[in-house]
Ligand binder design. Structure first.
Ligand SMILES: *Cc1c(COP(=O)(O)O)cnc(C)c1O
Length: 391
C-alpha cells in the first residue's frame, strides 16, 4: 500500500484544476497584455480567476495580487509593511518564533537593515496568546505578522482577536494563511487582516503560484520591477495556466469544505487515537485548535529521520516537520518554540492527510508506526538509557 501523508508539504493536483488548465497550455496561450483577441480572451480569463479567488476569502477582486507562491507573498507583504512603516518613522515588527521561514528569514533581513523584531512566545499547546502581542505593541510598531495555522503542528491561531488588537492600535496585520486557505474557513473581513498570503499547491492547485490579499488603500511595494502586470505591483507575464488551476482548485476546496472537514477530521482522529498509546509519545499542539488533517507527534528515544525512512520503505510518505528544513539535522524550530526539549524534538513525525486519503490508509499507518518505533527503539542507546533510568 502507498499512502501519501505529507500534504502540508504539497498536495496532488486536482483533476478539475488540471482539466481547466489544459486549454491554457494548448490553444489559449495569449498574453493578457496583448491587445488582440487572443490576448484579450486571456485577460478576461485572468480577471475571472481573480474574482473566483477573491470570493473564496470574502475579498474584492481588486485586493488580490497573483504571486509565484506563498514565499513570495510573505516577502512582499512584510516588505510592504516595512516600507510603509519607515515612511512614518516606525521600525518595529512583531511576529512569533514558529512562523514559516519565508516570514522569519525576511524578518532577519529587515533586522540587518535596522528594524527591531520582537518574536512573541508560543504557548506549549502551540497557540499564541493575543495579549502577548498587545503587550509588545509600541508607537514604533508598523506590523504584526502571525500565521493563521502552523505548517508543522497544525495549530490554528486566534487571528480574529489579533486582528482586532492590531486595528485598535493602528498597526498593520499580515497573516500567512498558506496552510489554512482551502482547509478551514478563511474570511478576510472576519480576520480583519490587512494582508494575507496563500499558495495553490497546498490546496490541490499547481506549484509555483499563489496570491497575496491586500486590503484596499494599502499600496504594495514591488519585489519585481518591470511591466504593468498586477496593477504595476508584480511585473512579469502572468502564469495564466497556473492561475486558472489555482482558482479552480480553490473553488473546489471551498465548495466542499464542510464535507471534507468532517471526513478529514475523522481520519486525523484515527491517527491520534491510534498512536497516542505508544509509550513515551506526545501529541504536539492543542488537540482541538488544529487543522483538520495535521498530526505531529514525538516518540522518545528515536530519530525522526530513521522513522521516516522505515515508513517510506512501507509505502508511507510522511515528514519529520517542515519540508524546508528536511536535510538539516537541526530539530524543528517550531517544536523548540513550543517548548519541546531538543532530544525529544529529534523524534518527531508529521502526518498530514486530506480528503484524498482513506480510512484504510489511516489504519495502515496506525499499524505500521508502532512497529517501526518499537524496532528503532530495540537498538537505540538513548531508549536503553531511558529504560535504565526508569528502573
Ligand atoms: C508552504 C508554505 C509556505 C511557502 O509557500 P510556497 O508556495 O511553497 O512558496 C509559506 N508558509 C506556509 C505556512 C507554508 O506551509
Amino acid at each position: 500500500m502507498t499512502v501519501y501523508a505529507d500534504n502540508a508539504a504539497t498536495t496532488k493536483l486536482s483533476e478539475t484544476a488540471l482539466e481547466k488548465m489544459l486549454p491554457f497550455l494548448k490553444e489559449n496561450y495569449g498574453n493578457p497584455s496583448s491587445l488582440h483577441t487572443l490576448g484579450q480572451k486571456a485577460k478576461s480569463d485572468l480577471e475571472n480567476a481573480r474574482e473566483t479567488v477573491a470570493n473564496a476569502i470574502n475579498a474584492s477582486f481588486k485586493e488580490i495580487y497573483f504571486t509565484s507562491g506563498g514565499s513570495e507573498a510573505d516577502n512582499q507583504a512584510i516588505r510592504t509593511a516595512a516600507s510603509i512603516g519607515l515612511r512614518k518613522g516606525k521600525n518595529h515588527i512583531i511576529s512569533s518564533a514558529f512562523e514559516h521561514h519565508a516570514v522569519l528569514h525576511t524578518l532577519t533581513a529587515l533586522k540587518k537593515e535596522g528594524f527591531e523584531i520582537t518574536l512573541v512566545k508560543v504557548n506549549d499547546n502551540g497557540v499564541i496568546n493575543p495579549k502577548d502581542i498587545e503587550k509588545e505593541i509600541t508607537d514604533k510598531t508598523c506590523l504584526v505578522t502571525i500565521m493563521t495555522a502552523n505548517n508543522e503542528i497544525g495549530t490554528v491561531q486566534p487571528v480574529e482577536e489579533i486582528g482586532k488588537i492590531c486595528k485598535k492600535h493602528g498597526v498593520l496585520f499580515h497573516t500567512d494563511a498558506v496552510q489554512a486557505v482551502g482547509h478551514i474557513p478563511v474570511d478576510v473581513e472576519k480576520i480583519g487582516c490587512d494582508m494575507l498570503s496563500a499558495s495553490a499547491h497546498k490546496f490541490h492547485g499547481p506549484k509555483g503560484v499563489g496570491f497575496l490579499y491586500v486590503r484596499k488603500g494599502i499600496i504594495l511595494k514591488n519585489l519585481i520591477e518591470g511591466g504593468a502586470q498586477e496593477r504595476g505591483k508584480r511585473a512579469g507575464t502572468e502564469n495564466l495556466p497556473a492561475i486558472i488551476g489555482m482558482a479552480a482548485a480553490l473553488k473546489e476546496a471551498v465548495d466542499n469544505l464542510e464535507e471534507n472537514t468532517k471526513k478529514v477530521t475523522e481520519m486525523r482522529n484515527i491517527l491520534i487515537d491510534g498512536l497516542k498509546g505508544i509509550e513515551r509519545s506526545r501529541l504536539n499542539g492543542d488537540r482541538e485548535k488544529r487543522l483538520p488533517g495535521t498530526v505531529n507527534m514525538c516518540f522518545e528515544g528515536i530519530e525522526g529521520e530513521s522513522l521516516l525512512l522505515l515508513l517510506d520503505s512501507k509505502g508511507i510518505c510522511a515528514s519529520s516537520g517542515s519540508a524546508c528544513t528536511s536535510g538539516s539535522l537541526d530539530p524543528s524550530h517550531v517544536l523548540l518554540a513550543i517548548g519541546v526539549p531538543v532530544e525529544i524534538a529529534h523524534g518527531s513525525l508529521r502526518l498530514t492527510v486530506n480528503e484524498y486519503n482513506t480510512k484504510e490508509e489511516m489504519e495502515y499507518i496506525v499499524k505500521c508506526v508502532p512497529e517501526v518505533v518499537e524496532h528503532l527503539r530495540s537498538f537505540s542507546p538513548v531508549w536503553a538509557k531511558i529504560k535504565e533510568e526508569e528502573k
